[in-house]
Design a protein around this ligand. Structure first.
Ligand SMILES: Cc1cc2nc3c(=O)[nH]c(=O)nc-3n(C[C@H](O)[C@H](O)[C@H](O)COP(=O)(O)O)c2cc1C
Length: 186
């Protein structure tokens, strides 16, 4: 399978990146091809609500930036991984700004989706608070991917108690189960 993974953290090698990296390592062991994109490096110009995607004026998005350049890869992938830290009780702005760009795959006229239905997805959320404190973030991501985009859930990894950049390294069980989720992707 072709997998595209997105890290929505401002810390380039922080906890979110490490857990997404573990998922992807497991996937690679199982023979999947994986590309990891750090969303904070993409200079995302943001959705301009121009409506070009809904009007079919462009293939995906009219904004001229590196996110638009990635949208064909999202359309082509069999599985999408999205990792986000919890910022101010929800997903990071970086992750949300990216999700707004997935409007290109939403068909507003009849509330369906194109390109994404049937693809697999995996989410990773990392919070300073203990596991369970911000399940709202995972619930939102499931609502988006499974509900709006009709994708198939291949795993929700929820990590808590990670405030310092490397704290997840003290939770080897989490990293191992993240690898397992990746390894088991079918
Ligand atoms: C701006 C900001 C807001 C945060 N808000 C929360 C929060 O509301 N709840 C929480 O549990 N942790 C919060 N944290 C802590 C992060 O969720 C946590 O450290 C996470 O692991 C960061 O992921 P990273 O290592 O990939 O940066 C916040 C951190 C930052 C920088």
């Amino acid at each position: 399978m072709k997998v595209i993974a997105f890290v929505g953290s401002s810390r380039t090698d922080g906890n979110t990146s490490k857990v997404v990296g573990a998922v992807c390592a497991g996937m690679k062991e199982s023979g999947h091809s994986v590309e990891i994109c750090n969303l904070s490096e993409l200079d995302n110009k943001g959705c301009r609500a121009c409506g070009s995607c809904q009007a079919g004026k462009v293939e995906y998005c009219a904004v001229d930036d590196r996110v638009t350049a990635l949208l064909p890869k999202v359309a082509d992938a069999d599985c999408i991984v999205l990792g986000t830290p919890v910022y101010m009780m929800h997903l990071s702005g970086t992750a949300k700004n990216f999700i707004d760009r997935l409007f290109a795959f939403y068909v507003q006229s009849n509330h369906t989706a194109r390109c994404l239905p049937g693809k697999k997805y995996i989410t990773v959320t990392c919070s300073g608070a203990p596991v369970g404190a911000f399940n709202n973030v995972t619930e939102y991501l499931n609502q988006l991917f499974e509900g709006a985009f009709q994708m198939k859930n291949s795993g929700n990894i929820i990590v808590g108690n990670v405030l310092g950049k490397d704290d997840v390294l003290n939770q080897r069980d989490i990293l191992k189960s993240a690898e397992d989720v990746g390894r088991k992707l079918k």
